[in-house]
Design a protein around this ligand. Structure first.
Ligand code: ASP
Ligand code: MG
Length: 303
């Protein structure tokens, strides 16, 4: 079983979601698909939250964000009835939350509001896959990936979450699960987030918990480069790097993958592929342990 992660840049419009479906159609094994908020939705929600907090009207509505998701739906579906209904339901929940919420703890509010980006994206992706006749289930990760209540930077409760995650992603009735990156939930049922760009980390955590064979992060770059191409035009894509090198690169500012992603994978020797969403036929970069690399190289098998 594999874990695929699609970031906001990969699913920023209808075309991106069709492309995602195309990538999945080439897989025949069990898959967990982790999806971020569409495009720049998280930034837009952050902005919206600040506006809401600074204003005196409780009834402001994220109109532009709503229109953006509606536009994608209109382009993707010939019959928008079900998906538009689900989207409207969740926008109503957000509206109700804002009307009732008096607590002014910014980090708490942030997680309750900004998390909707991933809820909307996964509802739309899941409904689209369903419309394409995929055997698929949508999972609300907020109920299974339990965290502490450090809002905006929540820590995974590994012991509590692992059995729940294993049970939820059992593949008993389906081959494909679609779920949200970046989100978790407290034992009391409040939504948390794992830190900006945290969906890569979600993919790694789930892979660790279910003992996945690999994680693939689908990105809008060909893989991991040896330097920033904006600074060094001769930068080349790396075919293989070790976990250790990957950690060093994420901390040196090469923002290709989230720094927390490597450890849960390294602990279980699960390889991480960084591949191009635009050219899915290309190999991208593989990140794995030195030992595995050395073994493969000495046996002459291309890694
Ligand atoms: N949507 C969240 C963010 O933009 C999480 C992620 O993309 O990984 O930070
Ligand atoms: Mg994002």
């Amino acid at each position: 079983m594999k874990v695929f992660k699609f970031g906001g840049a990969s699913v920023k419009d209808a075309e991106g979601i069709r492309n995602l479906a195309g990538i999945l159609s080439k897989e025949d094994g069990n898959l967990i698909v982790v999806v971020s908020a569409f495009g720049k939705t998280t930034n837009a929600l952050e902005k919206f939250l600040l506006e809401w907090l600074s204003g005196d009207r409780a009834d402001v509505f994220p109109e532009e964000i709503y229109k953006y998701h509606k536009l994608i739906i209109n382009e993707l579906f010939s019959d928008t009835g079900i998906v538009a209904g689900k989207l409207d339901e969740t926008f109503t929940l957000l509206k109700e939350f804002l009307l009732q919420e008096s607590r002014r703890d910014y980090d708490f509010l942030y997680d309750q509001v900004v998390s909707y980006g991933e809820i909307w994206s996964t509802i739309i992706v899941a409904e689209y896959l369903k419309a394409c006749s995929y055997d698929m289930q949508w999972i609300d990760i907020r109920k299974s990936l339990l965290t502490d209540d450090v809002y905006r930077d929540a820590n995974i409760l590994w012991n509590e979450s692992t059995p729940i995650i294993r049970n939820i992603f059992s593949f008993r009735d389906t081959q494909v699960y679609v779920t949200q990156g970046f989100l978790g939930g407290t034992i009391e049922g409040k939504t948390t987030t794992l830190g900006r760009e945290g969906s890569d980390y979600t993919a790694a955590v789930l892979a660790n918990m279910v003992d996945a064979e690999s994680v693939t992060v689908w990105k809008d770059v060909p893989g991991i480069m040896n330097a920033d191409p904006d600074w060094l035009p001769d930068a080349v894509k790396l075919d293989e790097i070790s976990y250790k090198e990957a950690v060093e690169m994420t901390f040196s500012g090469a923002k290709v993958i989230h720094p927390k992603t490597i450890k849960p994978l390294h602990n279980k020797n699960i390889p991480l592929y960084v591949r191009s969403f635009l050219n899915p036929g290309e190999r991208g970069t593989i990140i794995k342990s030195d030992a595995v690399l050395k073994r493969l190289l000495s046996s002459g098998i291309p890694a």
